[in-house]
Ligand binder design. Structure first.
Ligand SMILES: Cc1cc2nc3c(=O)[nH]c(=O)nc-3n(C[C@H](O)[C@H](O)[C@H](O)COP(=O)(O)OP(=O)(O)OC[C@H]3O[C@@H](n4cnc5c(N)ncnc54)[C@H](O)[C@@H]3O)c2cc1C
Length: 401
């Protein structure tokens, strides 16, 4: 199998499919290789930030997300017993974005939409059930070893974009370290049609609960309410998914909700990691293959989509280009994975799990003061909506709308 003109994208997750779509819109032939036979349908990302929605307007992806999702103008910091501590309204950044809200839409809906669009494009092939097992390269060519229906295949490509997720085989074949750490606790994700507003007064559609043990986020997605709770080392995955265990966690927090009202139960490990190099010769790492972060702030997929846009720009007019042409990709994106995404998500995490009473009081006072100070609240929103990050790395122009 050889295709020297096509860019090969590994992984049909939301980042790989978005990159494939942006390349294909630019008339670049694309082959997407996905190890699974079907798209992954799990409840991970649902938050799309204002900056991302602005960035993807021209591609049509933003309109598709708006059609499928739920616009949420506000988010809150809360305590389980304290109630609402502070609320932030994206209206405050309305002069800087055409989308002054967070859009809630399950990531698998974006993937399904993209597969639908890509399937209509004659210069795109999506090869499901094709697993990358090894990769090597020379100065002019990348060789991919694949398994398809139990048989080994070889494919050659001029350029490869590896969006094969946190356990990226491509990253391992390139011999790159994935420096950072894994949190001790996992997270338990639960989804229910039960309307959480019946249990909490003045609840926003996006809420962060501060608590030394039950630090959590609670979000409305189009069909369900979704929440996450930390899961500590002494509880096994198996036990954590039992009704008894889940009920023991829910009862003190949301007495009206029990395991029989749940439609989603999942467990995820959480990491903060960034790869040293985003490009090695003719291979690029994109999305979770390049960076992982905790989901407090909803930034991992958004960051991966920003990577895809950065790389797609560099692939315009790429045929006669050499490796050097692409050096801006790493410069533009790696620093944001560390400064914007890791910094913000780690500080959200630290704040939410604060266990010292006096420090928690100080934290609540800081959140209240922040919400009541218009210019500081605006800056907070420009960071949390990733607009500042996109301005800094030059993907969005700093203009008032
Ligand atoms: C609980 C939770 C909540 C989250 N919430 C948010 C949020 O609200 N907002 C946000 O921005 N981010 C969020 N994230 C992060 C987000 O889910 C990820 O950043 C996102 O899925 C990354 O997309 P990706 O396409 O890079 O990787 P993935 O979604 O992991 O897709 C990788 C694809 O590659 C395929 N693949 C893997 N290995 C191979 C191989 N060897 N050969 C071929 N194919 C392969 C996989 O099957 C998969 O289809 C959350 C994460 C979690 C765990």
């Amino acid at each position: 199998m050889s295709n020297n003109k096509a860019v090969v994208v590994i992984g049909a997750g939301p980042v790989g499919l978005t990159l494939a779509y942006l390349l294909a819109q630019n008339q670049i032939p694309v082959i997407v290789l996905e190890k699974q036979k079907q798209l992954q349908k799990d409840y991970r990302a649902s938050t799309f930030h204002a900056g991302t929605l602005d960035l993807f307007e021209e591609s049509g992806i933003t309109q598709a997300l708006l059609d499928m999702g739920l616009a949420c103008p506000t988010f809150q910091y809360r305590g389980w017993s304290e109630g609402k501590i502070a609320e932030f309204d994206h209206a405050l950044i309305g002069e800087f974005t055409r989308h002054p809200y967070r859009l809630q839409c399950e990531q698998f809906k974006l993937s399904e939409y993209l597969v639908g669009e890509l399937s209509k494009m004659p210069h795109v092939q999506i090869l499901m059930g094709h697993e990358l097992t090894a990769l090597s390269q020379t100065s002019h060519d990348v060789t991919l070893q694949l398994i398809h229906q139990g048989k080994a295949l070889e494919m050659h490509a001029a350029w490869v974009c590896a969006s094969d997720g946190g356990r990226s085989v491509a990253r391992k074949c390139l011999g790159l370290e994935f420096k950072g750490f894994t949190y001790d606790e996992r997270i338990l994700v639960l989804g229910t049609p039960y309307d959480m507003r019946q249990s909490f007064e003045d609840l926003s559609f996006i809420n962060y609960f501060s608590d030394p043990v039950n630090y959590a986020h609670m979000l409305k997605i189009p069909d369900l309410w979704r929440m996450s709770l930390p899961l500590f080392a002494h509880v096994s995955d198996e036990e954590a998914l039992t009704d008894d265990y889940i009920d023991s966690r829910l009862a003190p927090l949301i007495p009206a909700l029990s395991s029989d009202q749940l439609q989603v139960k999942g467990i995820y490990h959480v990491h903060q990691r960034v790869v040293d190099q985003y490009q090695v010769g003719r291979v690029f790492l994109v999305g979770d293959a390049a960076h992982l972060n905790n989901p407090k702030g909803g930034m991992g997929l958004n960051g991966g989509l920003h990577d895809a846009m950065s790389l797609a720009h560099l692939f315009e007019d790429y045929v006669a280009r050499d490796h050097e042409h692409f050096a801006d990709y790493e410069k533009q994106r790696r620093v944001e994975a560390i400064n914007a995404i890791h910094h913000q998500t780690q500080s959200n995490y630290n704040a939410l799990k604060e266990s010292d009473d006096a420090e928690r009081e100080k934290l609540f006072s800081r959140w209240r003061a922040l919400a009541n100070n218009e210019s500081e609240a605006r800056e907070h929103l420009l960071n949390s909506s990733m607009i500042n990050s996109l301005w800094r790395c030059g993907l969005l122009e700093k203009t008032a709308h």
